[in-house]
Design a protein around this ligand. Structure first.
Ligand code: SAH
Ligand code: SF4
Length: 388
């Protein structure tokens, strides 16, 4: 039996090569790509401007298959969360956040995450596996056309686009699933696919320094860095990856990235943890860090911690968050406090835990985590039993 090629896995260049193998000219790949990513078509027979012979050929060799949706919830504030099946009892989450002037989709890149930040429930699952290109871009494909169907908006370039911004801030560390992430980014930017501008696509990383440099060369989209601490001792305890890539190296990488970035600042995300990283002294130390001689042009986005049962941490209170923001702003740094969205459907940052249905598979994840530790050093990640 021949396995069908999932065309969602192919970036523009790969689709041209694939069509070449079928004896077709490059413009056919463009047509095909538009059918897939602009019209949301998954049925080759619907692609009426392709020759019947080509459609028949495609039917026997290819498919357009996004991962299946397990559940679909809409919050009272309009935030919509899909739980996506990625096989073997694993699920990832995709979250749509509507705002007046834009619609943002938050995409996952891995099932679980090996970085294991102390305040993140995805990290507490351990690492399961990397998502494929089709599973990453498939989240955008599914969400854009599902949102249009819900609102009765026609597919195709003439229909009003529902997703105007993408943030890679769902489950997983995108820079530890590098190639599929970059391929998916290229599709998001391609004019024959989603045609999003680089400024409207943001990749968030916990700070994988060499990959930040690589991204600046391969596909420089807007960059957000999860900082969460004002010094190495504190960050070591919150983001274990800091032991491998400490703040000085991270700051230098951010600075280098900005030479290629579509924006002239990096966004630093900072999760506000009561009594841990939220004092005025921490804010002053941050100012010194980002404005000192190794400093980086930046904005701060303060994220009120979204608690989950086993974290043992609590959210800073609102007056504390405001006071912290004020110190940064008085120091001349643009600072925003992230509104919590989708609280009632567990769609807020760090609450994206997916569903791990089979506890025996913890063994499997432990093995994978051990492989990561071998690659990135023993301080990288920690194994935690999941409570399902
Ligand atoms: N792995 C990447 C992207 C996914 S996490 C990264 O760490 O940047 C997206 C953002 O949510 C990160 O800034 C992360 O630190 C933050 N986050 C994780 N858990 C959180 C929680 N429980 N409450 C608030 N923010 C959280
Ligand atoms: Fe992974 Fe990001 Fe969660 Fe850290 S915050 S464990 S890097 S998903």
């Amino acid at each position: 039996m021949t396995t069908l090629t999932n065309l969602l896995d192919l970036d523009p260049a790969q689709l041209i090569a694939y069509c070449g193998e079928l004896g077709e000219k490059p413009f056919r790949a463009k047509q095909l790509q538009r059918w897939i990513h602009q019209f949301g078509a998954s049925d080759f027979d619907a692609m009426t401007d392709l020759a019947k012979s080509l459609r028949d050929k495609l039917k026997t060799r290819a498919m357009i298959a996004a991962p299946a949706v397990i559940s679909d919830h809409t919050s009272t504030d309009g935030t919509r969360k899909w739980l996506i099946d990625v096989g073997q009892g694993n699920a990832v989450e995709t979250v749509f956040i509507p705002e007046e002037s834009r619609g943002t989709l938050c995409i996952s890149t891995q099932a679980g995450c090996a970085v294991n930040c102390r305040f993140c429930s995805t990290g507490k699952q351990g690492f399961n596996r990397n998502l494929s290109v089709g599973e990453i871009i498939g989240q955008l494909w599914m969400a854009e056309f599902e949102l249009r169907r819900t609102k009765g908006i026609e597919p195709g370039p003439k229909g009003e686009r529902q997703i105007t911004n993408v943030v890679m801030m769902g489950m997983g560390e995108p820079l530890l699933n590098y190639e599929p992430t970059v391929t998916a980014l290229k599709l998001m930017l391609d004019d024959n696919a989603y045609g999003l501008s680089r400024r409207r696509v943001t990749l968030s990383t916990s700070g994988v320094v060499p990959m930040i440099d690589k991204l600046s060369q391969d596909c420089a989209v807007a960059l957000a860095v999860s900082l969460h601490a004002s010094n190495d001792a504190l960050r070591d305890g919150l983001v274990p990856l800091n032991k491998k890539y400490p703040l000085k190296e991270l700051m230098a990488a951010c600075k280098r990235y900005l030479e290629f970035a579509p924006r002239d600042f990096v966004t630093f995300e900072y999760c506000m943890l009561d009594g841990v990283n939220d004092s005025d002294q921490h804010a002053s130390e941050l100012l010194a860090l980002v404005q000192g001689k190794d400093g980086v042009p930046c904005k701060f986005n303060l994220i009120p911690f979204n608690p989950f049962p086993e974290s043992g941490l609590t959210r800073s209170n609102n007056p504390r968050i405001k006071a912290f923001a004020q110190v940064l702003m008085d120091g001349g740094i643009v600072t925003t406090i992230r509104k919590t969205r989708g609280d009632d459907i567990d769609a807020a940052c760090g609450q994206l835990a997916g569903e791990v249905q089979d506890r025996t598979r913890v063994q499997d994840r432990m093995k994978k985590m051990a492989e990561y530790q071998e690659k990135f050093g023993k301080d990288f990640g920690r194994i935690v039993e999941i409570s399902s």
